[in-house]
Write a protein that binds this ligand. Structure first.
Ligand SMILES: [Ca+2]
Length: 168
């Protein structure tokens, strides 16, 4: 293969991969990637993992504010997957990437009355933003099979993040 053909393939690959995300933003201690495509929660989790990321986590009010500020700058999505999932048979949630329990004594951002495990099929965590229901960027448990946009994150040093980003 000539250099030109290889270069064309590489450019195409890079362009296609970058097109997967509509936004990349460096935040405190991490970089977040907001998808263009919609996927089920589990497919979104696998997609992030295949890129070397995890679904986004939110560990403080500061992190919640930073991430929602990113989402507010984009075309409005009512439902956006992040990385929390319910423990089976319990009402506790954990972050999929670290397996750490989401602890209300540390920080949570649930909408009032949530998580409610509606129809007994809501095990996956999302941001819910629907002004018609007076819900603004709160956490909700939703049906994991819903296809929605999602947020991946990469925590750690910026240098490593830039390296991974170039490979996408
Ligand atoms: Ca719910």
């Amino acid at each position: 293969m000539s250099f030109r053909i290889i270069a064309a393939f590489l450019l195409c690959y890079i362009a296609l991969c970058q097109a997967d995300f509509q936004k990349k933003q460096n935040l405190s201690g991490k970089t977040v990637f907001v998808s263009k495509m919609k996927k089920t929660w589990f497919d979104a989790k696998d997609y992030c993992l295949n890129k070397g990321y995890t679904l986004a986590t939110v560990k403080s009010a500061k992190e919640n504010g930073e991430l929602t500020n990113v989402l507010k700058t984009m075309p409005v999505a009512t439902h956006t997957w992040i990385g929390g999932i319910r423990h089976s048979q319990e009402n506790n949630f954990r972050w999929e990437g670290t397996q750490k329990q989401i602890d209300s004594t540390v920080y949570t951002n649930w909408e009032q009355g949530e998580p409610n495990n509606g129809r007994y099929i809501e095990f996956c965590m999302e941001y819910w933003n629907d002004v018609t229901k007076n819900v603004e960027w709160k956490w909700n448990d939703n049906d994991c099979k819903q296809e929605q946009i999602f947020v991946c994150e990469k925590r750690g040093i910026k240098k490593s993040t830039q390296h991974l980003t170039r490979k996408m």
